[in-house]
Design a protein around this ligand. Structure first.
Ligand SMILES: [Zn+2]
Length: 183
């Protein structure tokens, strides 16, 4: 048994929920065609969605694929979700308008995150340095970015390259964020 697991998430930050399922299928087809995943799946330890198994060409697009553990594969998440960094933690925030950095304790950021998750309109966080409000989705999370979206591709115990994240985003035709979660 492993004491911890890691997930690299490629998060589509633009797609509406009603289009997430169709786009997910398109990306899965592309990943299968490139040999990055297999069509076959295995059960995930924690999620209700199964994991697609790594394919014969997975290593060519990856930093490391930990094939020897059961919890290794791709989960596809088609639901509104705050893709966070888990145990990697949160060291601070950088304002998208003035680039000032703030400690997490100095901002009511969790209210804005909660408002976004509940699809309420007031997910704005105001910067105490420049007094501009920006959507929580535009703020930079330090040291590692979070992602807000309706569609995420989670590579479990599988560290991917930026090239793969960009290639998936090209198939999606949308902006993306790469989120490193540690469990
Ligand atoms: Zn600011």
């Amino acid at each position: 048994m492993r004491l911890s697991d890691a997930i690299d998430w490629v998060v589509d930050v633009e797609t509406p929920l009603e289009e997430a399922g169709g786009l997910a299928a398109k990306v899965v087809d592309w990943l299968v065609s490139e040999g990055i995943i297999l069509r076959s799946t295995r059960e995930s330890m924690w999620q209700r969605v199964p994991l697609y198994e790594p394919g014969p060409c997975a290593e060519q697009w990856s930093v490391q694929v930990i094939r020897q553990v059961d919890q290794c594969g791709l989960e596809v998440w088609c639901e509104r979700k705050v893709f966070h960094t888990g145990d990697n933690g949160l060291q601070g925030f950088r304002c998208p308008k003035c680039s000032a950095q703030h400690e997490p304790d100095a901002l009511p950021w969790s209210d804005a995150v909660g408002a976004w998750f509940e699809a309420k309109p007031d997910y704005i966080l105001t910067c105490p340095a420049c007094n501009n409000g920006s959507p929580i989705t535009a703020w930079h999370f330090l040291e590692l970015e979070w992602g807000f979206g309706n569609l995420g591709f989670g590579f479990n115990n599988w560290s991917i390259t930026g090239r793969l994240a960009t290639a998936i985003a090209d198939v999606l035709g949308h902006r993306h964020r790469l989120v490193h979660e540690h469990i």
